[in-house]
Structure formats: C-alpha cells, structure tokens
Design a protein around this ligand. Sequence first.
Ligand SMILES: Cc1ncc(COP(=O)(O)O)c(C=O)c1O
Length: 341
Amino acid sequence: MLPLRMLEWFHLVSYAAMNSDTSWLAGLHGAVRLQPLPLRLYRRAGIEVSLLRLDELHPQVSGNKLFKLSYNLAAAVAAGHRRVLSFGGAFSNHLHALAYAGRALGLETIGVVRGEPAYADNPTLRDASEWGMHLHFVDRQAYRHKTSEQFLTALRARFGDFFLIGEGGRGELALKGCGQILECLGPDVLARTDLIGLAVGTGSTLAGLISARPGHCRLLGFPVLKGAEFLYSDVRDQLQQAGVSDPGGWRLCLDAHEGGYGRVSPQLAAFVPSFERETGILLDPVYTGKMLLGFNRLVAAGGVPAGTAVVLVHTGGMQGVRGMAKTLYDLRSAFCGALPL
Ligand SMILES: Cc1ncc(COP(=O)(O)O)c(C=O)c1O
C-alpha cells in the first residue's frame, strides 16, 4: 500500500463525497504509524505507551484536520457549494489546512481571522493566502459574536452564499470524522488499549472519540486553554447536537495548559526538544507538547496504574511552530529543573 502522504488528499475527500460512506478510511489502517515511546519514565511505571502519528498523514492537512474537514468538505461539494467560510486565530492550524484543502478541491475559501490585518504576514496566513484563501480580519470583540445571525448575515452580504464550518472546524460533521480516528488503530490494537490521550482545544476531536470509543477504553483530554472546566458541558453539548448521549468514561486534565492558549512555560519549552532527543519525534508547544508534558507529569505522580496500555494521539500542528524558535530558545534557557521523561 502507498504511504498516505503520497496520496493526494483531495482524492480521499472527493471519494468520500461520492460514496458517502467510510470505506475509504479502511486505507488508513496500516498507513498511519503507531510508534512505541521507549521512555524510562514509562518503563519505571510499568506502562506501555504509543503515539498515533496522525501528524504524518499529509504535509499540509495533518493530524486531526483531515478528520475534521473531510465530512465538512464532502458536504460542501455534495451540496454544490463553491465557497467555504470558517473562523480561526492568526496561527490557526485549521485555517491553514482548510486553505490547502479548498484549493485542492477547487473551492473558494474565506478565513475570518481573530486579530489585526498585520498578522497577514505571519507564515500561517501567508501560506493560506498563497493557496487562495481570502482573509477577513475582525477585532476580538466582534469575533466573540461570530455565531450570531447578525454577524453571519453581514458576512453573506459581503461575500455571497457560503458553506459554513465552525471555529477550528468544530461541529457535527467534524465530530463524525474524528470518530473515525480510532479506525486507524485497527480492531486488535483497539481491543488491547486501555486509555487514549489527546490535546483539546474546542473539544470536537475528543467528542468524536467519545462517540466511537469501545466500552473498555477510557479517554483523557488535555485542554490547552486555562480555565477549561466549561469543556465538560461543551463537549456534552457537542455530543448531544450530534445525537449521541454521553457514555462517560472520559475526563479532562485541567492543569496542562502551561499558562493558557498559545502560552509556553519554561518547562514546556525545555520539554519539547528533550522529548525530541529521546524519541526523534517533533511536538508543537501549543497542543501536542502540552499533552505529552501533562501526561508524563501524571505518570510521574503515579496517576497511571502499572499494566495500562496507552495510545496518545499526535494531532499535528507543526506548521504553527514557525516563527516561535527564538521565544522557545529564550524560555528553555531559563529552565533548570528536572523533566518527566
Ligand atoms: C494540532 C492540534 N491538536 C489538537 C487540536 C484540538 O482539537 P479540538 O479543537 O478538536 O479539541 C487542534 C485544534 O484543532 C490542533 O490544531
């Protein structure tokens, strides 16, 4: 089988649109690496931990983005839309992936960006713009009202009709796509997995996994936002909107945010390159770095019983690291404590 990164992603999406079934995902099993993590910390704790390398799926539409976008774009194409609009921050992995996928599918894309037009020059938005995304900047206050009818009507008056994808890709179709992440593990691995961990932003990826998890397999989400207790009810709302009743078996680790969204602590800045030295795997400090540091702290504190088989999900996001090198270097130099590795 061809490694998935050699396939053109839009073929998968078009195929899904045409067939409106999920058999195309069968091709993912075996193409996505499940990489064992040989850390001393895990050996001492007597646990087995592997990383599901969704970051390797595609150079531009990596990690959870393929799953969040596939049904959305399939629905847009199937309904005859020519234009897709979505929302995100100035370094949004979602807008970056959407811009690429939109171009691949011949769709016009509009990114409503929280922040100043000066951000248009950052590497994320520069790529998006080169791939044809029209960037529309709104200030933070206006952005808060992005889901209101009034705001959407004003956008329609300005840009014409469009297919709407929620912020960061959130929504029922994203949840449906993310439920299929578990299919990458294959039935045998899934049957012997006790715990799955992942980084949480909007909670759509977690909600998708909750909707598809087998009863024996618990889920642990690591929110990257500070004060993310609201996600307990928000994730339940997302499940309800998708017609899924919450089966339980999941929880959030609320102290892995390292200061809040987009913030990096000195320990996190030191952890990411040390993890890379130990495993050869790159993490981003915004999502997957926080998940792994949070999980490792939990293990070091004895919070994961011996014998547990764990899969952590690498949800991608490496494009967002560009431009952060100096900040990370400065922060890392300020850290002199021990790292859980
Ligand atoms: C790289 C990466 N990991 C994890 C997440 C969290 O996903 P979600 O917003 O579905 O919780 C995001 C945001 O979409 C992301 O960009």
